[in-house]
Ligand binder design. Structure first.
Ligand code: IMP
Ligand code: MG
Length: 182
């Protein structure tokens, strides 16, 4: 008899990606980044809190020197879907001029957050700029955004786990899943 499902897992309708699937894809993404950035120093800019687990796992596979910067950003969507604003706490003095910058986030949804951030970093004239996300939803983007590295393409459903939350919960799940409607 299977063990009863308890704790946060009990609130999931189904598991979309197991810890093993996530870990193997993250390792493959890191291998590609190791090839791409060989011989360089990479400045990683990670969006908190969602990307925390993804970044922690990915960076442990990288074999080039890495500088890690974190930023909190949240998108507030206005009355209509297209009127979004992104609020972020850009630290005073943070300047990526001449650096090889890798922007990392948990999930690409409307694209607003990453497009605003990419523009902001690009305006500082980095030597190069690349963006990676663990997940990308198959949906129309509010803003076009270039994302070079995508872990998994998923349907347009709300997901939790592995850093991603619903009202502050479920970040600590080792898998990624869909919540029970209840
Ligand atoms: P975007 O600006 O619409 O692309 O929003 C991206 C941000 O929204 C991500 O960094 C997440 O924090 C959050 N987000 C989007 N979709 C989900 C989801 O399905 N679950 C949890 N957070 C999500
Ligand atoms: Mg986020």
């Amino acid at each position: 008899m299977p063990a009863p499902v308890t704790g946060v897992l009990a609130d999931l309708e189904r598991i979309l990606l197991t810890p093993e699937q996530i870990q193997s894809r993250v390792a493959a993404m890191a291998a590609e980044l190791n090839r791409h950035y060989a011989g360089k120093v990479v400045s990683v800019l990670a969006l908190m809190d969602g990307a925390l687990f993804f970044v922690a796992d990915l960076l442990r596979h990288l074999d080039m020197p890495v500088r890690l910067y974190t930023l909190s950003a949240s998108s507030y969507h206005g009355g209509t879907a297209s009127s979004g604003q992104v609020r972020m706490n850009w630290p005073a003095g943070l300047d990526f001029r001449g650096q090889d910058v890798l922007l990392l986030d948990d999930i690409l949804d409307t694209g607003l957050t990453l497009s605003v951030l990419r523009d902001k970093v690009a305006a500082q004239q980095p030597a190069s700029l690349r963006t990676g996300v663990l997940l990308a939803k198959k949906r129309e983007r509010v803003r076009d955004v270039v994302v070079e590295d995508i872990g998994f393409e998923i349907e347009d459903e709300f997901v939790v786990g592995y850093g991603m939350d619903y009202q502050g919960r479920f970040r600590n799940l080792p898998c990624i899943g869909i919540l029970n409607p209840a």
